[in-house]
Design a protein around this ligand. Structure first.
Ligand code: AMP
Ligand code: MG
Length: 405
């Protein structure tokens, strides 16, 4: 048996890095989840012009050097400069312009006095404090100079990267493609969502769950299929999909039963497909192979096993394909209630947090078919194989199911 770390490393190593493409900075659905493939440099400085950081009066610092609360300096006001004023203005010595935040500083002005330090006059203004030269002035290029690298290769794009790109006139960036993922649910017992299952049938819940995991993970959902339990059917669908997608995830048909279509599909083939047992609970039976250059992850059918397998194996590999980190996003938490863990296998226990979000306790039933408990859980606690009891007060590693945000 492999440990989950060994198997994870094996599948992460086996998947390829995807190529880059051009994405539009103004299209959030294209931007998020993508990694910059080449450094981004600006062709312009930021700010693009020297402007005021306050609502107040543009002056020369020297003209108000003697100003004090009890001895205000009075200057004539030449007029108003609102934000968006495109005139080229200059400041006569011994005068002031009333100026708004973000408005261009007139030539000759070196300082802005905030309105609160004045009488807010419009014809003339009383200034009640001297200011060091440069106060409340944003100089051209003080943020970014022309040619600066504003985003490095490998940056995972977030909303916070958009302003510098947009302001610098960068409309498009080169970013690594997100893997396009197809989901295939196997099982003669499955009926689609919305259909009423007959005796012995169940609704295909893994298909839509995995589709949602694909979206949440920052990947692209390319296709969803349902197939029956014959090797030929599975093989035909996977072969067709492999030509058009970057990664395929199947569920069901990998364990030790008599009708295991994934195993049947590849038992006599040339493809390198391996079925392994991983010392973890849930998620012990796993399959992985390449159809041409398309990786195929064959996950067990129990819904909880499918979810855990996706998070622990598929998502890290897909992140690597997208140029992102394959590391598991773990945190730590304190144990608030003792629970048992199977010897020799890593347990991914479903847990809930206390109100503070620091202490976890197990949800009641840990069976891999328990859907209500899955919905109620907030994190997976990772319990090492050599631990058989997780005791109150200990610290455990957890994977928060709602992200680390
Ligand atoms: P299998 O891995 O195919 O042996 O399936 C294990 C268990 O998971 C069985 O109870 C299946 O009915 C159930 N199962 C398999 N696939 C799905 C699915 N797509 N949606 C819901 N349950 C499933
Ligand atoms: Mg099955």
């Amino acid at each position: 048996m492999l440990t989950y770390e060994q198997y994870r490393q094996r599948v992460v190593d086996a998947v390829p890095r995807l190529s880059a493409e051009t994405v539009d900075v103004t299209d959030p659905s294209a931007l998020l989840g993508r990694v910059i493939a080449a450094p981004v440099r600006t062709a312009v400085p930021l700010p693009g012009f020297t402007n005021s950081a306050m609502d107040g009066y543009a002056v020369r610092a020297a003209d108000i050097a003697a100003a004090a609360k009890n001895a205000p300096v009075t200057l004539p006001v030449a007029g108003d400069i609102p934000a968006g004023d495109t005139r080229s203005l200059s400041l006569e010595p011994g005068s002031a312009w009333r100026i708004m935040t973000g408005a261009p500083l007139p030539d000759g002005a070196d300082t802005v006095v905030q309105v609160e330090l004045t009488d807010a006059g419009t014809e003339q203004v009383q200034i009640r404090a001297a200011q060091p030269e440069g106060t409340a002035v944003r100089r051209v290029g003080e943020d970014v100079v022309t040619g600066d690298e504003v985003l490095a290769t490998g940056t995972l794009l977030h909303p916070r990267h958009v302003p510098v790109l947009a302001s610098a006139g960068v409309q498009q960036v080169s970013a690594i493609r997100r893997p396009r993922i197809a989901i295939v649910s196997t099982g003669d017992e499955l009926v689609p969502v919305g259909a009423t299952p007959g005796h012995g049938q169940v609704v295909d819940s893994n298909g839509p769950m995995l589709a949602a995991l694909v979206q949440e993970g920052g990947f692209e959902l390319a296709d969803t299929r349902r197939v029956g339990d014959t090797g030929e059917q599975v093989r035909a669908v996977l072969t067709e999909l492999a030509a058009g997608v970057d990664l395929i995830v199947t569920t069901g048909g990998v364990s030790a039963g008599a009708f295991e279509p994934l195993k049947l599909a590849f038992e006599d083939s040339d493809e390198q497909f391996e079925f392994v047992k991983v010392s973890m609970q849930p998620g012990k039976p796993q399959g992985f192979g390449m159809l041409g250059s398309t990786p195929v992850f064959a996950l067990p059918g129990n819904p909880v096993s499918s979810l855990v397998s996706f998070l622990i194996f598929v998502a890290p590999a897909a992140r690597k394909m997208a140029g992102r980190s394959p590391a598991l996003p773990t945190a730590t938490a304190r144990v608030g209630e003792t629970w048992q863990s199977p010897p020799g296998r890593t347990q991914f226990a479903r847990v809930v947090y206390d109100d503070e979000g620091r202490v976890v306790r197990p949800i009641g039933e840990q069976g891999s078919h328990v859907l209500g408990g899955l919905a109620g859980s907030q994190a997976l606690a990772i319990v090492p194989g050599d631990t058989t009891e997780v005791a109150v007060g200990e610290t455990v590693s957890v994977i928060p199911l709602d992200g680390l945000a």
